[in-house]
Design a protein around this ligand. Structure first.
Ligand code: GLU
Length: 201
């Protein structure tokens, strides 16, 4: 099991993301990472504990972001294989829980189209599929991308310049937390209890 969190609101996202990820530590993990949307996509990730990641965090400014604790299923625990992943344009960041069964075939197709991969994970195909499908609407692009995928997932995506966190799930857990002028996603309601008790399952 891994942990996914997402935030969009008016607080600094990094504080919410780190706090919520810590509340998902009980699920077990080998790596952790976060992405915060500022003028550019800011990513900080590594293998090891959230506390270690927190110590090495640069000042990530922005009120929209996603976070992840990884339990490696495809590719060893390493900084390169930790989530979030970014597409070739640096516009999208994505975190995923689950297994993409047809990732080898998809990776081959995407590489033939010129996409550059930076990890050994099954997950990374998702962010390049998203880049391929994007026509101005992240929600529509994610639906399109996921049509090509065989496997299980909870996934959350952010895009530079947008306040949206777009999420989807199939077989893996993901809940939506509703706050006042802020919203959340998380693998488990326990991650959100500091912020809201209004949850959509
Ligand atoms: N299959 C993905 C990976 O190995 C996601 C693992 C997870 O659920 O944490 O990176």
């Amino acid at each position: 099991m891994c942990g996914i969190v997402g935030y969009s609101g008016s607080r600094q996202a990094v504080e919410v993301l780190i706090d919520a990820l810590k509340r998902l530590e009980y699920r077990g993990y080998d790596s952790a990472g976060i992405a915060v949307c500022g003028k550019e996509m800011q990513i900080c990730k590594d293998k090891g504990e959230i506390a270690r990641l927190e110590e090495s965090l640069p000042a990530l400014k922005g009120t929209v972001g996603i976070g992840h604790t990884r339990w490696a299923t495809c590719g060893r625990p390493s900084k390169e294989n930790a989530h979030p992943f970014v597409d070739c344009t640096g516009k999208f960041a994505l975190v995923h829980n689950g297994i993409i069964e047809n990732h080898m075939a998809l990776r081959k197709e995407l590489m033939a189209k010129g996409h550059e991969f930076t990890s050994e994970t099954d997950t990374e195909v998702l962010v390049h599929l998203l880049e391929e499908s994007f026509r101005g609407d992240t929600h529509a692009a994610l639906i399109e991308a996921l049509k090509k995928v065989k496997g299980t997932y909870a996934v959350a995506v952010v895009r530079c310049g947008s306040k949206e966190v777009v999420a989807a799930r199939k077989e893996n857990p993901l809940v939506i937390g509703l706050g006042v002028s802020e919203n959340f996603v998380a693998s488990d309601v326990t991650a959100l209890l500091n912020y809201t008790n209004k949850v959509l399952y």
